[in-house]
Design a binder for this molecule. Structure first.
Ligand code: ATP
Ligand code: FE2
Length: 321
């Protein structure tokens, strides 16, 4: 079976095509800004302008005709309403035009399932770290569950906000990573793990104040930020692994591109004899292939949707899937 998947939860409009377990296309275009964050209406406009060309591009990449597609999948949520709506409308239009079934999928679960498919991990705990999302997810006792999450902002938004504060542009994560490599001294920062959850807002305020004081080198602050918040995330992931009696850690989301986070994940896994899995960065960031793959999986499990059931779900939680 061939499934075309559309991703449009935030800044990226992605169109991926899978044929069984093989990704045969993964086209995308991302909205970016010179300064500041995402303006929802502008991101949606980017998606409107990009959608038709990307669908054609993906079909070309895959070497197929649109008529060869058996199923249309799309990100139904969670995400920014303005953006989700463009992906959903494109998927509905394709489904009606091609007279093929449509399946809406959960974006966070898609990160988990593409990771499993690409790495061969069987039953992992996913540390999903992107701009807006920070969750520790696993399939346990019959459903996807969240074992830990941020209580306030996402880790990527946290890094982007700190980067913006010290005069670096968006996306800030890679710039903080480069700066952190030059840091030498660990500066004490609040360490905010609350039960199985993490809180990042207070650390952000603290590190901004430290920067404003002029007493600290920004390289040392960047280094200390990474060491602190990545330790928090791995502490929670480690506990989730023990709690669920699972043995595999999988990383996903844009922040999973970070080399130091990967290194620390491997260290934690080695210490516990867990296996550690990463995907190529192309699949860490938002992409259409993961939507196509989860759509196909859900369809094969019997999920059927009518067009009238395809309204977007901006606040769809992973544990409601
Ligand atoms: P979602 O809709 O799932 O929340 P998103 O729209 O934020 O995703 P992603 O591409 O998954 O998109 O993640 C983007 C985030 O990843 C940005 O905050 C960016 O700074 C961060 N990021 C990218 N590369 C790195 C890196 N090397 N180190 C740390 N953070 C990174
Ligand atoms: Fe994502």
């Amino acid at each position: 079976m061939i499934c075309l998947g559309i991703e449009s939860t935030a800044h990226t409009f992605g169109v991926g095509i899978v044929k069984g377990k093989k990704v045969i296309a993964n086209a995308k275009s991302s909205y970016s800004t010179e300064s500041g964050g995402i303006i929802p209406a502008n991101a949606a406009e980017h998606h409107v302008n990009a959608c038709a060309d990307l669908i054609t591009k993906a079909a070309d990449q895959a070497g197929i005709n649109l008529k060869d597609i058996d199923l249309i999948a799309f990100s139904q949520g969670p995400g920014i309403g303005h953006c989700l709506r463009i992906g959903a409308m494109s998927a509905r239009a394709l489904s009606c035009f091609l007279e093929k079934p449509i399946v809406g999928v959960n974006h966070c679960v898609a990160h988990l399932e593409i990771g499993k498919m690409l790495t061969g991990a069987k039953d992992p705990v996913l540390l999903y770290v992107s701009g807006a999302n920070t969750q520790v997810i696993a399939f346990d006792n019959g459903k996807y569950r969240i074992f830990g999450e941020t209580l306030d902002i996402g880790i990527g938004n946290f890094l982007d906000s700190f980067a913006r504060h010290i005069g670096l542009g968006f996306p800030g994560g890679p710039k903080i990573e480069a700066l952190a490599k030059k840091g030498k001294k660990y500066i004490d920062l609040p360490y905010c793990v609350k039960g199985m959850d993490v809180s990042l807002g207070g650390i952000l305020t603290n590190v901004k104040q430290k920067h404003n004081s002029g007493n600290y080198a920004k390289e040392d602050l960047a280094y200390s930020v990474q060491e602190t918040v990545f330790s928090m995330l791995l502490e929670v992931s480690e506990r989730a692994l023990f709690h669920c009696s699972k043995k595999e850690l999988l990383l996903g989301g844009g922040v999973a591109c970070n080399t130091r986070l990967k290194q620390m994940s491997m260290e934690m896994c080695r210490a516990n004899t867990f296996k550690c899995f990463f995907v190529d960065n192309e699949y860490n960031v938002d992409n259409g292939a993961m939507i196509a793959w989860l759509g196909l999986k859900k369809f094969k499990e019997g999920k059927k949707q009518k067009i009238e059931d395809t309204s977007i779900r901006p606040y769809w939680r992973t544990d409601e899937d």
